[in-house]
Ligand binder design. Sequence first.
Ligand SMILES: *[C@@H]1O[C@H](CO)[C@@H](O)[C@H](O)[C@H]1NC(C)=O
Ligand SMILES: *[C@@H]1O[C@H](CO)[C@@H](O)[C@H](O)[C@H]1NC(C)=O
Ligand SMILES: *[C@@H]1O[C@H](CO)[C@@H](O)[C@H](O)[C@H]1NC(C)=O
Length: 242
Amino acid sequence: MARLLPTLLLFPLAALAQTRCQWANLRSSADLYTESQTFGTTSDLIFSSSSFSYLENSTPVNLTDSLLNTPLKIAYSHSIIDQDGCATFSKLIITGTPSLVIGTQIFYESTLKNGQLPIKKIDTVIIEEKNTTGVLGHVKKENWESFTRAVQDSREVLVKAVDGWLDGGSVWGETCATLTGSTFSEGEPCSQGLGQVANISAANRRYVVDESVGAVSVLSDVGGVEARVVGGKLRYVHLFRY
Ligand SMILES: *[C@@H]1O[C@H](CO)[C@@H](O)[C@H](O)[C@H]1NC(C)=O
Ligand SMILES: *[C@@H]1O[C@H](CO)[C@@H](O)[C@H](O)[C@H]1NC(C)=O
Ligand SMILES: *[C@@H]1O[C@H](CO)[C@@H](O)[C@H](O)[C@H]1NC(C)=O
């Protein structure tokens, strides 16, 4: 009996650790990724998991040959934290040469190793965009402040809002704005979703969700979408297509 007790106590903790990651650990891992991209290094321990995989535009790429191995001057970065999915999404804007918008979803192991969360998978969409200075100007004007817990939308509500936009039946709030590449529009065009505007179905969707800022990142076969939802309704949608 004496030996059974610690096992019983530990079990629920172990189960919990597998499903949810600490905010601070995810935050520092996302920062490490951004820093690694700045320096073009892949030597950090977070990249050394035995089950590590790396996708660039949905294609497996050897880390040595990846964009991560090239130093980039990052003009802007923004990350969202998904504790339930043990994942992060980072958007990077590179205004020099090359001129790029990068959207990276990272999925982590839930157990710390050497004080860090080892990365299981990096799934990155890299879009060459002529006018990244224009993109930057719009993105910087937006409000992505976090919400108090009482007014946060659930994961289900957030995913439904973005899926609605991708599929055509979108639910916009009173004010809305879309950024498609570097083309910004506010108002009327927002009433339609991607399915209606471009007759495209974004297949193979992967999600990272941050309830604290009402943000959803979707990577799919058409590229990357990041949206902010306020009160169950879309406020901003950024689309970067191949
Ligand atoms: C990645 O590329 C390096 C250098 O070309 C090579 O040594 C290594 O075996 C490659 N790894 C994989 C998994 O293909
Ligand atoms: C870049 O985008 C901004 C904002 O949309 C626009 O004002 C500017 O004219 C664009 N520049 C070029 C070179 O297209
Ligand atoms: C939309 O795409 C589908 C499948 O590619 C095609 O069959 C249909 O004709 C398209 N509709 C319009 C309005 O372009």
